[in-house]
Design a binder for this molecule. Structure first.
Ligand code: AMP
Ligand code: GLY
Length: 419
């Protein structure tokens, strides 16, 4: 079988490598892909923008591709799955209507409230004045969120009401038409990526990412500086509750809205000190970098699972098989990220990292004149699997320590909560 992975990040390289482990997958195309997917055996890049649905569909037909896996939220939120389905192409990823679970926080909140899913209480406003009036009756800390895709920049956790007021003005000034004021939840965050075929929902191992740039989880928010799985905070008892109180009611509520959701339902959860899972956000796709930590532990062939989702046959799948042990992914970023950074620097010693037993997933890399160069903020995701977290962390750091490019930055404390 030939598969097309849409996207160009570390998540997409991890999806491609995992799919290639299956005996049924003969080739993986990536559009547009990156330096990793360009150099992985069995993988081939097709340099098309993810928004160019027509040319993507032509490529799929020309190359006899039988399954498309969409990585990022943007093409999903503008209807890539709808378009490809209309061309009779099997696609793993929700339709535009389903992707609203991520593209509109107010839509997602309404869905959660209708489904009775535990989440922070919130109010939505279309005018700054009304939001501020509501704020004056609340107490800090409090969370201010933009409605709409904001590439991680639409959420402000305000420590004071003054900061919250500024956040409201800031988000409206950025052109967002709706802003949410939300209750601040305390606890530990967990990502649950669940496979969904429109009816049945099957969670993968829980994981945790490190969103902040600085050690000790401080500083600016990023796309994610590292991840680990399985996250011990999500115990089997909590995962049972996640399935029955969150995932299943959500899929039912989607069905009630006429949405046949076939893709990843990603629940960003807060586990409260009382051990109750509450939803912070939904995403309509695999997490990045959680995918780079979760998939190396999966033993069931990924293509079988994704096909079962597109064919609505997930209920017939045997239980997922997982490797025993732990996985840790450490992101190597360009100096300056998440602010401005330079690109185009040569990358050295990936082979040494691989020889040290790590898997190096590429994110922001490209090949130019046969030279591997940095081309993004997050450059590489160095993943290691070990018998336990201590071993996985040591292995990942041994590997990443040898990698070189100008300005390389990575956190030295990924997995600090579990080591
Ligand atoms: P979101 O994009 O909604 O996941 O928000 C980004 C980050 O903001 C989350 O990963 C949390 O760290 C934090 N956050 C969002 N909502 C809340 C909340 N209601 N209470 C506490 N922290 C939150
Ligand atoms: N790691 C967070 C995300 O994928 O949105």
């Amino acid at each position: 079988m030939k598969v097309l992975v849409v996207g160009s990040g570390g998540r997409e390289h991890a999806l491609a490598c995992t799919l290639l482990k299956s005996p049924n997958v003969e080739q993986v195309f990536c559009t547009p892909g990156n330096g990793g997917t360009a150099t992985t055996e069995g993988c081939k890049n097709i340099p098309l923008p993810v928004e160019d649905f027509e040319r993507i569909a032509d490529t799929i037909k020309e190359n006899d591709i039988s399954l498309v896996v969409v990585g990022p939220e943007l093409p999903l939120s503008i209807g890539i799955a709808d378009y490809l389905q209309s061309q009779n192409i099997s696609v793993f990823g929700p339709t535009k209507a389903g992707a609203q679970i991520e593209s509109s926080k107010t839509w997602a909140k309404d869905l959660m409230n209708d489904a009775g899913v535990p989440t922070a209480t919130s109010e939505t406003f279309t005018k700054a004045e009304a939001a501020k009036a509501y704020l004056s009756e609340q107490s800090a800390p409090i969370v201010i969120k933009a409605d709409g895709l904001a590439a991680g920049k639409g959420v402000i956790v305000a420590q004071t009401l003054e900061e919250a007021t500024e956040a409201i003005d800031f988000l409206f000034s950025q052109g967002f038409s709706k802003v949410l004021v939300e209750e601040f939840l305390v606890g530990e965050e967990v990502s649950v990526l669940a496979l969904c075929d429109g009816v049945t929902v099957v969670p993968l191992l829980p994981s945790q990412d490190h969103k902040r740039i600085g050690e000790g989880d401080t500083g600016k928010n990023t796309g994610g500086m590292g991840a680990y799985a399985p996250a011990p905070v999500a115990t089997p008892e909590i995962m049972k509750r996640v399935e029955s109180e969150i995932l299943q009611p959500t899929v039912k509520a989607l069905q009630q809205r006429g949405i046949d959701y076939r893709g990843v339902l990603y629940a960003g959860l807060m586990i409260t000190p009382e051990g109750e899972p509450k939803v912070l956000e939904y995403n309509c796709r695999f997490g990045d970098p959680e995918t780079q930590a979760v998939l190396p532990l999966l033993e069931t062939p990924l293509d079988e699972l994704l096909l079962a989702c597109t064919e609505q046959k997930l209920a017939r799948q045997p239980p997922l098989k997982w490797k025993q042990g732990s996985a840790v992914c450490v992101i190597a970023a360009s100096g300056g990220y998440p602010d401005a950074y330079q690109k185009g620097y040569p990358i050295a010693n990936i082979d040494t990292a691989t020889a040290a037993g790590a898997i190096v997933f590429h994110a922001g890399t490209s090949i130019e004149r046969e030279q591997l160069l940095t081309s993004g903020g997050r450059v590489l995701g160095v993943t290691a699997v070990g018998e336990n977290f201590k071993e996985a962390i040591a292995k990942a750091y041994r590997a990443i320590n040898g990698i070189e490019f100008e300005g390389i930055y990575y956190r030295r404390d990924i997995g600090h909560r579990v080591s």
